[in-house]
Design a protein around this ligand. Sequence first.
Ligand code: MRU
Length: 364
Amino acid sequence: MKVNGIPTRTIRALDDGTAVEIIDQTLLPYRFEKRVLSDWRDCVEAIDVMRVRGAPLIGITGAWAVVLATKENPENAALIKAAEQIQNVRPTAVNLSWAVQRMLAALLPRDPSLRFPAAVKLAEAMTQEDVMLSRAIGDAGYGLIAELYRKLRRPVNILTHCNAGWLATVDYGTALAPIYFAFERGTPVHVWVDETRPRNQGLLTAWELGQQGVPHTIIADNAGGELMQKGAVDMVIVGADRITRRGDVANKIGTYLKALAAKDNEIPFYVAAPSSTIDWKLNDGKREIPIENRSASEVLSLRGIDRSGEVATVQLASPNESAANPAFDVTHNRFITGIITERGVFFAHQPCCSLPGSDCKCRT
Ligand code: MRU
């Protein structure tokens, strides 16, 4: 997508894969700055403090971290030890361990002296593949928006939570990809953007929608229910960090409450994600998906920009306060109208049709 009119991706290899360049998302929407990571430990730090974030992008950054670990030491013991640390930085998005394991499976059978070039090639392929997956999700989801527009004959109001746009992937995004496709193809849309406390990823969503010229409005996290009751929301599209085989979805904290409100108001609630977000080993999301607990300081403080234009943090509560900060929640498949993947739109309460012999209905 474009930043100030220039096509930009969230991550790219530099110097034949001996380093990668990312956008430092901790500075957005206030400052747009790139950062070069040349050690796998820099990638681990970037994932941990959320300079890069969003399930697909975390996965791709993990793949490049394995490349940099291979550059440092391609021998089994060192590589496996680094991979272990990389895949455990954040627990909820399955894309991270998926990507690291995919890299290891391709590298370990090779002679250590041949691993680095092979690692660069595979990480590059995975980076390009992520773009194709987002585009395919955009295409599949676009059909749903176009169908609503044909019925309503006015701009389609879509509510989204967190940031599942191009900043959360390599390009285009998951939940926002159908919206970008609709906008590019002339289907009028307007997006309600949940601010998404405590990290305010909604501000990233607003920033990237603004860069592309998509009409949108930021709302406080608690406003969605009222807007739904007033008929101001036609559909909800969110992303996902992990989806179980029965279609339960872990996504940013607060997603579950939006799904409940959507159900009560008979508003379609869609989840958009690539198939690398599906964890086929898990079934019951509430019991089985690990939920990341982040620092209390994220709840007790707020990042913004001060009078001098510097990115700054202010304390919200008295220093004696404590806070709980679960970063994700799980929405049961019964609240989900459908899951938009690169293979089409699936109904969460039915087995996915990519399972051999399943009778899943696929709309697109
Ligand atoms: O904690 P984050 O910002 O990495 O979480 C990202 C999300 O939960 C997004 O909402 C998302 O849908 C997954 S990434 C497309």
